[in-house]
Design a protein around this ligand. Structure first.
Ligand code: NAG
Length: 464
């Protein structure tokens, strides 16, 4: 008992200390050995080409909200949950959870305690950056997600639940530019397309959002406006969610930046000022990448159309037209396999998924090319595994070809993934009837989402 109170005291003391040091100091981590990364923590820059943020791999120990303690098999398990959530969005009608938003409306925390299945998370594969919000402004470590549109962060007084996050929780009453959004506002009625859940209305006429991400992770709270700091300038009345009940966001991040296509997303809100495009380079675990909003450098980019899909208005769809392994097109039993497969590109899915027929042909072709290497047993969702490491197994060239002949030539590190010290696996998996281009395959490429001109571009070697 005594020990427990001692720990509690320590916790309280450290919380108090956290309040008085600057927010920038709060989001540095003692477990990170590279001091160079720390200098970048206030890592926004606005210049002639737009707004630039530094991106961190979710398991980089130097990330401001690192998940470096997670095992790779946990990551793959979470990845499966994200893929089922995305797949069900694309293949079934969405189930509304109106009851929960209404419960917050009635301010009855007891009714809102939805159990969270162990380990369910939306943030596990998502890259991390820092935004500044409020007046005076503070910094918040946020996961970046192209698979959803509403930006939200944990918000005091955390009426129902906030997890432990890096740095102080956003405090609306401490910001002189903070406003609640009333139920009658167009931003409120627009929530249904942003979060896929209808809004609720509190007794005091405040708009309540419910952002859900799969089976059990969600954020629920008040739709709000405050000033977003972009470099040395600012965007007043940025619309975001002030989360009073937040479940499933691992890694001590404060919240989520929605980069989906809906009109409330961060991109859409910044587009009038900066341009309707964003680009990123997702770094490896030991480096940093970038997220840029606004114009982009078109040189060296290979382009393919971003296409509309009746399945979902907020995700980024492209068209896969073939796959080549070691110079040879995969042989598929049906010629319509590619054109029948809705394909999205997603920043938060780790392992690229293909429908079973495409995946099996890919796995067979890679196995054939690597037939001189001894096989190892399957590892979680990865079933094409070899003894050795990505560094010493000579992976065949894998090229994903998209509409218009755009060739995405994957490097070895985008094809194979080391699952432990002696085994490496093909970093693709089979899943349902959709294809999802995941972040392992995108790593170190510059990927441009030119939403205004409906084009997706990519170029190799943009970050380490
Ligand atoms: C703006 O900054 C980014 C990131 O540092 C850089 O890549 C880009 O070239 C700069 N653009 C201009 C116009 O200065």
């Amino acid at each position: 008992m005594k020990v427990f109170f001692f720990h509690l005291l320590l916790l309280l003391l450290s919380l108090l200390l956290c309040e008085v040091v600057s927010p920038l100091r709060d989001i540095t981590q003692s477990s990170c050995s590279s001091s160079k990364l720390h200098e970048n923590y206030d890592h926004q820059k606005l210049n002639g080409s737009g707004m630039h943020f530094i991106l961190h791999h979710p398991r980089n120990p130097c990330s401001p909200a690192s998940l470096h303690h997670l095992s790779f098999s946990d990551v793959l398990h979470q990845d499966t949950l994200r893929v089922s959530a995305l797949t069900s969005r694309l293949t079934t009608k969405h189930h509304h959870r109106q009851h929960r938003a209404n419960n917050l409306a009635a301010n009855d925390p007891a009714l809102v305690s939805v159990p969270l299945s162990p380990g369910s998370s939306l943030g596990i594969g998502n890259y991390i950056t820092i935004i500044r919000l409020g007046t005076p402004s503070s910094s918040y470590a946020m996961v970046v997600d192209t698979g959803s549109s509403l930006t939200w962060l944990q918000c005091s007084p955390c009426l129902i639940y906030c997890h432990d996050q890096t740095g102080p929780i956003f405090n609306p009453s401490a910001s002189t530019t903070y406003h609640l959004v009333p139920c009658s506002a167009t931003e409120c009625s627009g929530l249904k397309s942003t979060t896929l859940n209808p809004p609720a209305c509190s007794t005091s006429n405040v708009c309540i959002y419910d952002a859900t991400y799969g089976d059990s992770s969600f954020s629920l709270g008040y739709l709000s406006k405050d000033t977003l700091i972009i470099g040395s300038s600012s965007l007043p009345n940025f619309v975001f969610g002030c989360g009073q009940d937040n479940r499933g966001l691992f890694g001590r991040s404060a919240g989520l930046i929605g980069l989906g296509k809906d009109k409330l997303s961060l991109l859409s809100q910044l587009a009038p000022k900066l341009g309707n495009a964003f680009s990123y380079c997702l770094p490896t675990m030991s480096s940093t990448g970038f997220l840029s909003i606004g114009s982009y450098d078109p040189s060296h980019l290979v382009l393919t159309p971003l296409v509309k899909s009746s399945l979902d208005n907020t995700l980024y769809f492209i068209k896969l037209s073939s796959i080549r392994v070691a110079g040879k097109a995969l042989s598929l039993s049906s010629t319509s396999s590619y054109s029948d497969t809705p394909t999205i590109i997603d920043s938060g899915t780790v392992i690229t998924r293909f429908p079973t027929d495409i995946y099996t042909a890919l796995s067979n072709a890679v196995s054939y090319a690597l037939s001189k290497y001894p096989r190892s047993p399957k590892y979680s969702i990865l079933d094409t595994c070899f003894k050795g490491s990505a560094a010493n197994v000579a992976a065949p060239e894998v090229v994903l070809v998209f509409e218009g002949g755009a060739e995405w030539k994957l490097a070895t590190r985008n094809v194979l993934i080391d699952v432990d010290s002696g085994n490496t696996c093909l970093a693709f998996a089979p899943a349902g009837r959709v294809a999802i281009i995941g972040n392992r395959q995108q790593q170190t490429f510059k990927v441009v989402y030119d939403v205004g001109n409906s084009k997706l571009g990519f170029a190799s070697g943009a970050c380490g």
